[in-house]
Design a protein around this ligand. Sequence first.
Ligand code: AP5
Ligand code: MG
Length: 192
Amino acid sequence: MFNIILFGPPGSGKGTQSERLISKYGLKHLSTGDILRSEIAGQTQLGLEAKSFMDKGQLVPDEVVIGMISSALENNPKANGFLFDGFPRTQAQSEALDKLLQLKRTEIGVVLALEVSEEELVKRLLNRGLTSGRSDDNSEEIIRARIIEYHNKTSAVAGYYRQFNKVVSITGEGTVDEIFESLCSEIDKRMN
Ligand code: AP5
Ligand code: MG
């Protein structure tokens, strides 16, 4: 089993690259953002609670997303490995994930950290906001709030995994193909 965290700020390309990585490596994609948006679409209690945070560009409380990931791991007992996208986003989430994986007698193989300048992030998300229908993409103020939340709470996740030598930084600017090649080359070095 090989488990990957695809890490990076909002708009860095986690979702785009995840699609390609799961098909190449046969991993199960776990995106907390996608799961939360499907809860909102289904108008569940969890979705209603999460929406108020997401619309402001703030993180949803740890216990909510940790519970979601815990269920997703339980519901996929036969997975070859997981690709975590947008999770963990706080140190508490990182520690909880490590414990959940230990219970499955596995661990994180690598944290691939996409690096993209702030101006490029804002440009990409404003552009996607023209068509995505995502309520957190349609104003520059909310996009900037998401980036601030990333700096204040999420960037520490890389520090947490750095102590275990698991973090590799990847340039997240360039073509989607070029970035995919860089990601695959780091995975291939570690997968065997
Ligand atoms: P989430 O859904 O995770 O969103 P995000 O992290 O803000 O990032 P995005 O999905 O917007 O960007 P991405 O990195 O996936 O980039 P993408 O490939 O789409 O989270 C949303 C919200 O949910 C959070 O704000 C929070 O409220 C809540 N949440 C989720 N997880 C949580 C957690 N663990 N804890 C607490 N709260 C949580 O690309 C972006 C755009 O750029 C696209 O248009 C794409 O086509 C384009 N693009 C991609 N690659 C390139 C390239 N190389 N060159 C040019 N354009 C590119
Ligand atoms: Mg995404």
